[in-house]
Design a binder for this molecule. Structure first.
Ligand code: ATP
Ligand code: MG
Length: 396
């Protein structure tokens, strides 16, 4: 009998009445990720999803790899299914676990008997199966405290399942269970990580990116699209909006005091993002800012930015060091793309001496040197949905 994948829920197993909604979204996300790998049968029971391939050629390695990036999953493992008789369990265990048990010295057996009508109790299953395995693999010894391998037998409704290793899942909550938010996505290291972190809390991400041609190039934008594509492995499909920002930046440069360029630019970015949020039903903004990282990210500067925000701004990296952010960027495979040296609109017209501790009233006065409302309207009108990057797409 074949091999299946067992997926165990994380935090959502603790949800009360909402649990079913969370389960349904998780199942939908899982199906989407596995769609291109063959057909599978899905069943739910006791905070576990059973994924059974319906053909022999299903790509189980890739399926495991993809599921390892689906939020809402605490642990996952491949398991052998067999008939619910002790003889079948012993035979299948010896056969299925041969490779792993030949390379280790210590093991233990645990049993979970969801089907209470199974004639043997859990301790009996452990003791007897342990005995069988000791006989078949003479170099093994039992270590109940710190075994190298824990063999688990689960007796469920229709079958028994045997597995020997639990992989840690991506954790968090299923994407889509916490509403939708707009990620200000640049080509840097931080913002893709910020998107990943909010997706981990179940937030469905929409991305917005500001371009200032000819100061920023097509290649710079393509780099950001590539980052957007990379985080879809975790975030699911992402709509990518592109905002033409050149005229606004030129107006800032031509009309406002230089030391306030960046902070005014950031306030206008927030203004435009919020307008797109209204159209897209996004309930919050997300940025990759971290306190003290640059002049526009001091507490005073963040306060001046937030003064124009009518919806919450989530900054999941706010208390993190760059090294910690880089560690996550490497894990989610965005780091190498992020460090490619392309220009960003934030780095054109940067002031030589930005105000590190701007006062809100001074920023407002500096910004009032020019009436940006028409340019904002125009930027919003010209903002276009470039594409929706989709985790269900197979990439080469
Ligand atoms: P770095 O890793 O270089 O710090 P960054 O993306 O954090 O890259 P910052 O200049 O620190 O760049 O910008 C702060 C935040 O502003 C970013 O995390 C991002 O959310 C947003 N941002 C910056 N530039 C853009 C842009 N061109 N389009 C959209 N959002 C941007
Ligand atoms: Mg940054």
């Amino acid at each position: 009998m074949q091999e299946i994948i067992l997926v165990k829920y994380g935090e959502m197993a603790l949800k009360g009445l909402n649990k079913k909604t969370f389960e349904d979204v998780l199942l939908k996300n899982i199906k989407r990720r596995l769609k291109s790998l063959g057909s599978f049968d899905y069943a739910k029971a006791q905070s576990t999803i059973y994924i059974k391939p319906l053909s022999d050629d299903a790509d189980m390695d890739t399926a495991m790899e993809r599921l390892g990036k689906v939020f809402g999953i605490a642990a996952l493992c491949r398991a052998a299914a067999c008939e619910k008789s002790f003889e079948a369990i012993c035979e299948r265990s010896v056969d299925y676990l041969e490779e792993v048990l030949s390379y280790v010295k210590t093991f233990k057996v645990t049993a979970k008997r969801a089907d209470k009508s199974f004639p043997m109790k859990s301790p009996e299953i452990c003791a007897q199966l342990g005995g069988v395995l000791l006989e078949k693999f003479p170099s093994l010894t039992v270590d109940v405290k710190e075994p190298e391998v824990t063999v688990t037998v689960e007796i469920r409704d229709t079958h028994a399942y045997i597995h020997a290793e639990n992989l840690k899942g991506a954790g968090g909550l299923p994407v889509g269970t916490s509403g939708k938010a707009m990620l200000l996505l640049s080509g840097g290291i931080d913002s893709p990580v910020a998107g990943y972190m909010m997706a981990k809390r179940g937030v469905h991400i929409t991305a917005i990116h500001y371009v200032s041609p000819p100061y920023t190039s097509d290649r710079a934008r393509l780099k950001v699209e590539e980052l957007c594509q990379k985080i879809t492995d975790y975030c699911g499909s992402i709509a990518f909006f592109c905002v033409p920002f050149t005229e606004i930046q030129e107006a800032i440069r031509n009309n406002c005091p230089e030391e306030y360029f960046t902070i005014i630019m950031r306030r206008l970015m927030m203004e435009i993002a919020q307008r797109i949020c209204e159209k897209e039903q996004c309930m919050a903004l997300i940025t990759g800012e971290s306190v003290g990282q640059v002049a526009s990210q001091t507490m005073n500067a963040l306060m001046c930015t937030d003064a124009v925000c009518r919806i919450p701004v989530f900054r999941p990296l706010i208390g993190m060091d760059k090294t910690e952010i880089i560690e996550i960027a490497r894990k989610i495979d965005t780091f190498e793309t992020s460090i490619q040296p392309y220009e960003d609109c934030c780095t054109v017209f940067t002031p030589r001496h930005p105000k590190v501790r701007p006062k809100l009233e001074d920023v407002e006065t500096a910004q009032s040197c020019f009436d940006f409302s028409e340019l904002i309207d125009e930027a919003v009108r010209k903002t276009c949905l470039l594409y929706t990057s989709d985790a269900a797409d197979d990439r080469i």
